[in-house]
Ligand binder design. Structure first.
Ligand code: ATP
Ligand code: MG
Length: 615
């Protein structure tokens, strides 16, 4: 080997232990090896004949699989926190959980389970103007559905308002906090910028007595909203803006969903979060990267108070192509009626994904196998769909469903003929058993499986051509019946070859096409909702108006579908593979005798294609 390059870390994008990328022009071999939270890339210049040589980069594959595990294992080795691991998931109840939250949930609950520790659920309910009980309830439902249990540890930052208040008084008494009269705008002005230090507020040097008095009166509701704040007295010249006397309390006249009108002042995230972690005995406070610059402040408060001091660790948020993940934007989609609600199957919310037919297992697999990285990256939506397909392929029962029906009359089958075929429920799962599928003279097939004038490479049914009815017979099309007024094909007449029961010709002749079908007399009418990406572009945040990136055809509703009679017993939430069509989940909108199905994902595997093209 010659000229091995300097390694650098790439964010983890999947699970293969190694990815090889050959850049032929440069004659360099790039080797990506799984390491910690990402991949280590090395490269070497190669001669053409050596280009497939494997090089040992010396990267350890056993042991911790990402940097947070490394940190935890080191802490345990050193006996920090007595070897305990205690995490928390801290959602703000101002929206429904989305797939990004699932990543954080899997990480926090997963690490606790892995190290025999605990994970709390803590609602970060410090902003009464945006929070609602509806969100609290949905968050609990979604976490349970994902498969995690916080046992009796359901906490609220608002449980600690009293303690936080007492601690604030403590800081005031120690000269570490003061009441400021600057308006929000002035506070911003005084803060300075990244290149200029801030200026001290004229109120900064108030006496302890005055501060205590003012703070108590703030609490008692004597001052108008926004007129005063309590600030930590740290350093207005700090290069870290978060340390320039951050606000701890603001005056807010809003009714809180738990504490009602008890409080006229509310703690900021920074003041509430670390102290809540400390009260709960959390050891590793895992949050996303935007809080990295808040870590010095997190530490400052805990040190100033001299209380249990958890370690804050940041990781990169999960982003997905074709998806917005900001709760503000998701709320706007709901409010403007662009989707039908938080649980619209096109939404990246867990409730939307559940309605769409996602399994918790597929989401967990996606979240866990995606790795944990320190650098922001965007996962391909196709990868998420790949995990769903893998899971459903294993367990979704197969059914036949005709989405756009075309009537087929089998001219040589008697009117009252009824024959039953035993069809396996799932070829991937022998335990799934079989079901009986009725076969009669009049059937429906998929309109697109027939072409009067077949285009090149059309191997399905056309006049004079033979095709297989799945598990039944070979049929040949003899006649096309059209509406005399519109010319539209309304029905086709076919002939069954009675020698081909089960779908195979005794003479061994090859018939390429296998079509799904349903018996007219036994099928039930159904509505099927086909979904496409909610956003037409990979990065919906690009351009001036993210709403302009919406995909105008993200939903197609088919109201005249005919599905196998056995689906009459299906229940909302059940998932099926409709043969040749994809995976579908029964929607709660279903009515007796008229089920509604959501297409969860197509059968076509875009991710496999991506991987194949990379080989
Ligand atoms: P938004 O910015 O849309 O309001 P948020 O991150 O503030 O979302 P929270 O309810 O505060 O929403 O999030 C709860 C937890 O989930 C936090 O610890 C947060 O870091 C984590 N989280 C949120 N979004 C993601 C994401 N895309 N990837 C990983 N973790 C996330
Ligand atoms: Mg947040």
């Amino acid at each position: 080997m010659a000229g091995a390059g300097r390694p650098f870390i790439l964010p983890a994008i999947g699970t293969p232990p190694e990815i090889r990328v050959q850049l032929c022009i440069l004659k360099q071999l790039y080797i990506l090896k799984k390491s910690g939270g990402g991949y280590v890339m090395q490269w070497e210049t190669v001669r053409a004949e050596e280009k497939t040589e494997t090089v040992d980069t010396g990267v350890e594959t056993a042991g911790p699989s990402h940097f947070i595990e490394e940190i935890i294992e080191k802490d345990r080795e050193q006996g920090r926190y007595g070897g305990r691991v205690h995490t928390r998931f801290p959602p703000e109840p101002n929206g429904y959980l989305h797939i990004g939250h699932a990543k954080a949930i899997c990480l926090n609950f997963g690490l606790a389970a892995q190290y025999g520790g605990k994970c709390n659920l803590r609602f970060d309910d410090t902003n009464p103007t945006k929070e609602e009980v509806e969100y609290v309830d949905s968050i609990k439902t979604d976490i349970r559905w994902l498969g995690f249990d916080w046992e009796d540890r359901e906490y609220y930052a608002s449980d600690y308002f009293g303690q936080l208040y007492d601690w604030a008084e403590q800081l005031i008494r120690e000269g570490k906090a003061y009441v400021d009269d600057l308006s929000a705008e002035e506070t911003r002005e005084y803060r300075g910028t990244l290149t200029e230090p801030g200026r001290e507020s004229p109120c900064r040097n108030r006496s302890v007595e005055e501060n205590l008095d003012l703070f108590r009166r703030m609490k008692a509701g004597e001052f108008p909203e926004g007129s005063r704040t309590l600030r930590a007295k740290i350093d207005m010249a700090s290069p870290n803006l978060n340390l320039r006397d951050p606000v701890m309390y603001r005056i807010l006249r809003a009714t809180h969903h738990r504490t009602g009108d008890e409080w006229a002042i509310y703690p900021t995230y920074d003041w509430a979060h670390g102290q809540s972690d400390s009260i709960e005995g959390v050891t590793h406070s895992i949050c996303t990267l935007e809080f990295e610059d808040h870590r010095p402040l997190y530490n400052w408060f805990l040190e100033a108070l001299g209380i249990h001091h958890p370690r804050q660790v940041e990781f990169a948020r999960l982003n997905l192509t074709h998806t917005v993940m900001s709760k503000r934007k998701l709320l706007e989609l709901v409010r403007r009626g662009i989707v039908r609600g938080w649980d619209d199957p096109r939404m990246p919310t867990l409730s939307g994904m559940r309605r769409r037919g996602y399994t918790p297992e597929a989401i967990r697999e996606f979240a866990e196998r995606g790795g944990v990285a320190k650098r922001p990256s965007t996962a391909d939506l196709a990868l998420l769909e790949y995990y769903l397909r893998e899971d459903l392929n294993r367990r979704a029962p197969r059914r036949m469903a005709v989405l756009r029906p075309l009537k087929v009359l089998l001219t040589n089958v008697p009117e009252d003929h009824l024959e039953e075929f035993e069809v396996p429920n799932n070829p991937e799962d022998p335990e799934a058993g079989t079901r009986s599928v009725p076969f009669t003279r009049t059937l429906y097939i998929e309109r697109e499986d027939f072409a009067e004038v077949p285009p090149p490479k059309f191997f399905r049914l056309s006049p004079g051509k033979e095709a297989r009815l799945r598990a039944a017979y070979l049929i040949t099309c003899r006649e096309v019946i059209k509406d005399p007024d519109t010319g539209e094909i309304v029905e086709i007449h076919c002939e069954v070859d009675p020698e081909t029961r089960g779908g195979n010709a005794p003479d061994g002749r090859k018939v390429k096409a296998t079509l799904h079908w349903v018996s007219e007399a036994h099928a039930i009418p159904a509505e099927v909702r086909l979904y496409d990406n909610l956003f037409a572009v990979e990065d919906p945040n690009e351009g001036e108006d993210w709403m302009a990136n919406l995909n105008p055809s993200s939903l197609e509703i088919l109201t005249a579908c005919r599905v196998e009679g056995s689906l009459g017993e299906a229940r909302p939430g059940e998932r099926y593979q409709f043969e040749r069509q994809g995976y579908f989940c029964m929607d709660p909108d279903s009515e007796s005798g008229r089920p509604v199905f959501n297409r969860s994902v197509t059968l076509k595997d875009a991710w496999a294609k991506i991987q194949k093209s990379q080989k």
